[in-house]
Design a protein around this ligand. Structure first.
Ligand SMILES: [Zn+2]
Length: 64
């Protein structure tokens, strides 16, 4: 294992040994990277997420 790795976020050298945020150089870069892929996930529209609570149901007796 190399003593130093390249931080995927900022590209600077990051220590590997004793680095809790590896392969990132810092917590900041780790959070940036995490946020990046989290945003990618959430950007995808969830079509089937609890959509069974729609209030304009055809079987609604109160619907005229
Ligand atoms: Zn970095």
């Amino acid at each position: 294992m190399p003593a130093k790795v390249k931080c995927p976020t900022c590209g600077s050298e990051a220590h590997w040994e004793g680095n809790p945020h590896r392969p990132f150089c810092s917590e900041r870069c780790q959070l940036i990277d995490l946020g990046a892929w989290t945003m990618e996930r959430y950007r995808i529209p969830a079509e089937d997420s609890d959509s069974d609570v729609e209030d304009n149901d055809e079987d609604d007796p109160n619907l005229n």
